[in-house]
Design a protein around this ligand. Structure first.
Ligand SMILES: Cc1cc2nc3c(=O)[nH]c(=O)nc-3n(C[C@H](O)[C@H](O)[C@H](O)COP(=O)(O)O)c2cc1C
Length: 137
C-alpha cells in the first residue's frame, strides 16, 4: 500500500514532564498500530516535531485529531508527500526527549527543530527533509 509522510512542528502549551510525554506516546502507540501508522515524535522542552507515516487518508484524519489536542498549539505542516519507504518502520510511535542531551543525534535534532520553528533551511534542504534523511538507514 502506498505511504505518505507528514511532518509538522507545534508549540507545547505547557512544559511537558516525562510522564506527560509517556502518556502521549502510550496513546499514540495504541492507536497507530491499529491504523498502520508509524513515526517519531521529538520534544525539545517547548516544541514538538513529529513524523507520521501511513496511508494518505489515514494521516490526514489523524493529523486533524492531533492538531486539536490542547497539549500543543500553532501546529504547522512542514511536509506531506508520498514516500517509497517508511523511515520509522519499527515504531508505531518513537519518542525522543531532547531535554536529555544524551539523546541520539542530539545536535542535529536541536538544529532541525530550531530551523523548523523559524522556517529556515539547513543548507539547501528544508528541516523536514533533513530530518527524514537523518534516519534513512
Ligand atoms: C504532540 C502530540 C502528538 C501526538 N501523536 C499522536 C499519534 O501519533 N497518534 C495518536 O493516535 N495520537 C497522538 N496524539 C494524541 C491525540 O491528540 C489524542 O489525544 C489521542 O489520539 C486520543 O487517543 P484516545 O482516543 O485513545 O484517548 C498526540 C498528541 C500530541 C500532543
Amino acid at each position: 500500500m502506498s505511504v505518505n509522510q507528514l511532518v509538522y512542528v507545534s508549540q507545547s502549551t505547557r512544559k511537558m514532564s516525562s510522564e506527560d510525554l509517556n502518556e502521549i506516546q502510550r496513546s499514540a502507540k495504541n492507536n497507530n498500530q491499529h491504523i498502520d501508522v508509524t513515526g517519531s515524535l521529538f520534544y525539545n522542552g517547548g516544541w514538538f516535531l513529529q513524523v507520521l507515516e501511513g496511508p494518505l487518508e489515514t494521516l490526514n484524519a489523524l493529523y486533524k485529531k492531533i492538531e486539536k489536542d490542547p497539549r500543543h498549539k500553532n501546529s504547522r505542516i512542514l511536509y506531506n508527500e508520498p514516500a517509497k519507504f517508511r523511515t520509522f518502520t519499527r515504531w508505531s510511535m518513537n519518542m525522543t526527549n531532547l531535554e536529555h542531551r544524551q539523546a541520539d543525534k542530539y545536535d542535529q535534532l536541536v538544529e532541525v527543530i530550531d530551523a523548523a520553528k523559524t522556517d529556515r533551511k539547513i543548507g539547501a534542504s528544508s528541516p523536514a527533509v533533513t530530518l527524514l534523511k537523518m534516519f534513512k538507514d
